[in-house]
Design a protein around this ligand. Structure first.
Ligand code: NAP
Length: 251
């Protein structure tokens, strides 16, 4: 059994209303943490996650903020700090994809993907560290992607942002390891969520043929790894990147 012991801990999951983020929020709450489910537009989904956590005996609340908006994100963190006085776990999960071949990619699709996946993540990390550093403890998990390592046709913006997440994870982990703060990255493969639904409809069989495990990943597959990284059993792990892809990246 993983030693979670997240009781009395406060966790913030960005983009926690749907997909991988919702599964992570539920697992952290089941592990005992009070979970703040951040959402940008999916208020009903965020409330449904919170309701399900309460029904399972856990503790959670939903808070709106667009992590690409500096002011909104600062307001989010100020609210968390003033309400709870602490932040123990941050999961930088919010992400978007806007696929196009680079030669014809619009500036705004490049910028949007960088602003949310990398800009929002660095801002949330910075704001969390301002509270974690004086507390001399904390855990941050960043959602990258196997596309950070492989590229991906039509995904120059996404691959660049997710590769940036790996660099940020290592540099930031180095800066704060002596303060008792751990920062790791998770690289999912092809996980069944709204983000991949279109690709699955158009080329599901082709993608499946490239997954040695013989199935698509589920949000729970990723959430289990994130819970482990937030647990006491991962106390000596920092600055690392963990792939969860059913073997896709080694095929
Ligand atoms: P998803 O189903 O599309 O959900 C994305 C989540 O991010 C939503 O909850 C969305 O919230 C939130 N979000 C988007 N922009 C935001 C913003 N500006 N501010 C706050 N929240 C925002 O995606 P997913 O598949 O669960 O992906 C979760 C993470 O895993 C992403 O970082 C993604 O890049 C990464 N990932 C996914 C896969 C995969 O195969 N699915 C593979 C590798 C990596 P709203 O609905 O409220 O806008």
């Amino acid at each position: 059994m993983i030693r979670t012991h997240l009781e009395d801990q406060v966790a913030l999951v960005t983009g926690g209303a749907r997909g991988i983020g919702a599964a992570i929020a539920s697992r952290l709450a089941a592990g005992g943490a009070h979970v703040i489910v951040n959402y940008r537009g999916s208020e009903d989904d965020a409330n449904a996650v919170v309701t399900a956590i309460h029904a399972a005996g856990g503790s959670a609340e939903a808070l709106q903020a667009d992590v690409a908006d500096a002011q909104a994100t600062e307001t989010l963190f100020r609210g968390v700090f003033s309400e709870h006085g602490r932040l123990d776990i941050l999961v930088n999960n919010a992400g978007v994809a806007k696929d196009a071949l680079l030669a014809t990619m619009r500036d705004r699709d490049w910028q949007k993907v960088i602003d949310v996946n990398l800009g929002g993540l660095q801002r949330c990390t910075r704001l969390a560290l301002q509270r974690m550093m004086p507390a001399r403890s904390g855990c941050i998990v960043n959602l990258s992607s196997i596309q950070a390592l492989r590229g991906g046709r039509g995904q120059a913006n996404y691959a660049a942002a997710k590769a940036g997440v790996l660099g940020l994870t290592r540099a930031a982990a180095l800066e704060v390891a002596d303060r008792g703060i751990r920062i790791n990255a998770v690289l999912p493969g092809f996980i069944e969520t709204d983000m991949t639904a279109m690709i699955q409809r158009r080329a599901g069989d082709e993608v499946l043929a490239r997954i040695p495990a013989g199935r698509f990943g589920t949000p729970e597959d990723v959430a289990g790894l994130v819970l482990f990284l937030c647990s006491e059993d991962a106390a000596y792990i920092t600055g690392q990147a963990f792939t969860v892809d059913g073997g896709m990246s080694i095929a």
